[in-house]
Design a protein around this ligand. Structure first.
Ligand code: SAH
Length: 400
């Protein structure tokens, strides 16, 4: 767990530096010829070509990805390095105008590879930063990153909460220290997104507490919701439901298998639309609900399931899952209805997802047109050298 990376080396097999020369930020274990120094998972290492030429510096990992690259410049990984990286990330969010606190206090500041910090995620909720390590390297670096965050975000944040119990590799056995690295009292518990309010349970909630990545897609639901009967399947916090309510939906039904999620969705709709009887929420399994519901009841359905494929080896089953789920919606949606369907599995490509939905449409024999192709928002940027970073994809379909 040292940040002095001069003595820890990873030497590549001949020719295996090619993808790194094109700035791809991962070294796969099969590309490694040998190592020097006593490497432990999470160490900062230098990567050299077979000829001994410097290529990159990154975090050493156990698994199919051996190194996640922090820099292609031979520089020291210290607080100043993280200040530079975080400042660059903040610059982008400033350019996006995501800091109008009246209407939006919630955004992603650091999106792993997309911000040249593979293994790190930071979401901002008002004056609180929620930090997640997806690598042992960033677990060890958490204090130094927190320091850098305080410096870069001095005017914006007062609290830094570290939350990595679900994201660190399970083998790491690090005695996970979830908790505040900075601050702790009076933390923001309401996120504001496009002027709508959401309770944030980032202590116990999924991810960092809220799915910041659906912001733009929720706005699109609002745009089309007027007069429609809306089913928000896999509702979690009820994000899509609250937008549909503001968009003038006739009814909005939120469904999630988790009773906690259903309560959260109910509370969020109530906070924004007190006493509004258009909304109802049900704790039900998606497949059961879709099969049991009558045909033609809904003319706007949102399907935003959890990642069906967390790993590549689960891909085939995941694709079948997407087909089955979408087929159930095609079977029941009203003529002229809109289906918003998503996949957040990184292992499933845009083309594969589209093929799964195509298969479902063909099974239903209905006429289906693609109106929009959706993706993750700009505060979840994709490093152009790391196309794997494109994980969220969605289709808006017009069903006759
Ligand atoms: N659409 C949400 C995010 C969805 S996260 C948003 O915009 O914030 C996925 C959700 O699916 C979780 O809340 C989880 O509880 C729920 N879920 C998982 N399996 C399910 C199933 N079989 N049926 C219904 N909901 C399920």
């Amino acid at each position: 767990m040292t940040s002095d990376n001069s003595d820890k080396l990873v030497i590549l097999r001949r020719g295996k530096e090619e993808s790194l020369r094109r700035f791809h930020p991962w070294v796969f274990s099969g590309a490694v010829a040998s190592t020097k120094g006593d490497l432990a998972e999470g160490d900062v290492v230098k990567v050299l070509s077979s000829d001994g030429e410097y290529i990159a510096t990154g975090h050493w990992q156990i698994g199919s990805i051996a190194v996640r690259v922090l820099t292609f410049k031979d520089e020291t990984i210290d607080a100043a390095f993280y200040v530079r990286r975080l400042s660059a990330a903040l610059e982008v969010r400033r350019a996006l105008g995501l800091q109008d606190h009246q209407n939006n206090n919630t955004y992603r500041l650091v999106h792993g590879e997309g911000d040249n910090l593979p293994g790190l995620v930071v979401d901002i909720y008002g004056d609180t930063a929620v930090m997640q390590a997806h690598s042992v390297g960033f677990h060890y670096a958490r204090h130094i990153v927190a320091e850098a965050l305080q410096q870069v975000m001095a005017d914006i944040i007062k609290h830094i909460y570290y939350k990595s119990e679900t994201t660190l590799p399970y083998m790491a056995n690090l005695g996970q220290e979830n908790g505040f690295l900075v601050g702790g009292a009076d933390v923001a518990d309401v996120a504001i997104e496009n002027g709508l309010k959401f309770h944030i349970d980032w202590l116990r909630g999924q991810k960092t507490g809220f799915f910041v990545d659906q912001r733009d897609n929720r706005s699109l639901v609002e745009r089309y919701a007027s007069g429609r009967r809306v089913l928000n399947m896999f509702c979690y916090t009820g994000g899509f439901s609250v937008y549909a309510m503001r968009g003038g939906a006739e009814v909005v039904h939120s469904v999630d298998s988790s009773a906690k999620a259903v309560n959260l969705a109910t509370a969020n709709v109530e906070m924004n639309f007190p006493g509004d009887t258009r909304h109802k929420a049900y704790a039900k399994d998606a497949f059961h609900y879709l099969q049991a519901m009558p045909s033609d009841d809904y003319d706007l359905i949102i399907l935003d399931p959890p990642a069906f494929a967390k790993h590549r080896d689960a891909l085939r089953n995941a694709l079948k899952g997407y087909t089955r789920l979408n087929a159930a919606a095609f079977a029941k949606i009203k003529k002229g209805g809109l289906l918003f369907t998503f996949s957040c599995s990184q292992a499933v490509s845009k083309e594969q997802f589209r093929l799964a939905v195509f298969t479902a449409a063909a099974q239903s024999k209905r006429s289906v047109r693609i109106l929009h192709q959706l993706h993750q928002p700009a505060d979840h940027p994709i490093n152009i050298y790391h196309p794997e970073g494109e994980y969220l994809k969605g289709l808006v379909l017009y069903v006759e």
